[in-house]
Design a protein around this ligand. Structure first.
Ligand code: CA
Length: 233
């Protein structure tokens, strides 16, 4: 079955180029040129990935990203943000709001399509793994509900972005073993081009802060990477 990609972008040329290239790769493509249209398209289609421009005629894509990620019906849908190079701040905010990836304008269509494929593959792997496991992970104060994408520390729910959730799950699944930054990029982000290893450090830092006391379980192995260690010992 064809995966459906929703493009929310007000520049017709960009929209058409992405549509043309994704359609060639057998994706089903839905176009929207504003937030309002995007919301309508989301309600009317079973969307697998959203490509979201930030500067839209009726508001900021960031607002829409936040709405998508806080609605139980849509929060599982990966969002790839399109930003101009100068919008570094927006990119950071985008990740905070739960965006899964970003592509900087001007971008290569080929790269964007690779990102879309990586994100779909990641989601597929994730649900297969999920199917073979219990839907809960419990380690002392940390509890992860894999079906609901929820994380609790001492019974308090912690709001993680989907990327942070995957990063944590990856480390917890391999607890006691060191994961290099390159491994994390490849297995959690799903590709290694254009993302520097510093991205990993930034996300680990934010994840640690959010996890309160459990954050200390993520140890830095200097010059190598990270390791999740059970807090009880
Ligand atoms: Ca725009």
């Amino acid at each position: 079955m064809a995966h459906c990609v929703l493009i929310i972008e007000d520049e017709p040329d960009i929209r058409k180029t992405i549509d043309y290239n994704l359609s060639k790769e057998s994706f089903k493509v839905v176009q929207a040129e504003s937030i309002k249209e995007g919301e309508k398209a989301l309600a009317a289609n079973k969307v697998d990935v959203i490509i979201l421009d930030l500067m839209l005629p009726d508001g900021s894509g960031l607002t829409l990203c936040r709405d998508i990620k806080s609605d139980a019906k849509t929060k599982h849908i990966p969002v790839i943000i399109l930003t101009a190079k100068t919008e570094e701040v927006d990119r950071v905010v985008g990740f905070e709001l739960g965006a899964d990836d970003y592509v900087t304008k001007p971008f290569s269509v080929r790269e964007l399509i690779l990102r879309v494929k990586a994100i779909i593959k990641r989601g597929a792997t994730y649900s297969t793994q999920q199917g073979n496991e219990n839907s809960d992970i419990e380690l002392d104060e940390l509890r992860m509900n894999l079906d609901a994408y929820q994380v609790f520390v001492c019974d308090e729910e912690i709001a993680l972005t989907s990327l942070e959730f995957r990063l944590l799950k990856h480390l917890v699944d391999r607890r006691g073993r060191v994961q290099t930054r390159d491994q994390l990029l490849e297995e959690v982000w799903g590709y290694s081009s254009d993302v520097t290893t510093r991205t990993v450090d930034t996300h680990i830092k934010r994840l640690r802060e959010k996890l309160l006391g459990v954050g200390n379980c993520i140890q830095t192995i200097r010059g190598v990477g990270y390791r999740f260690t059970k807090s009880a010992n």
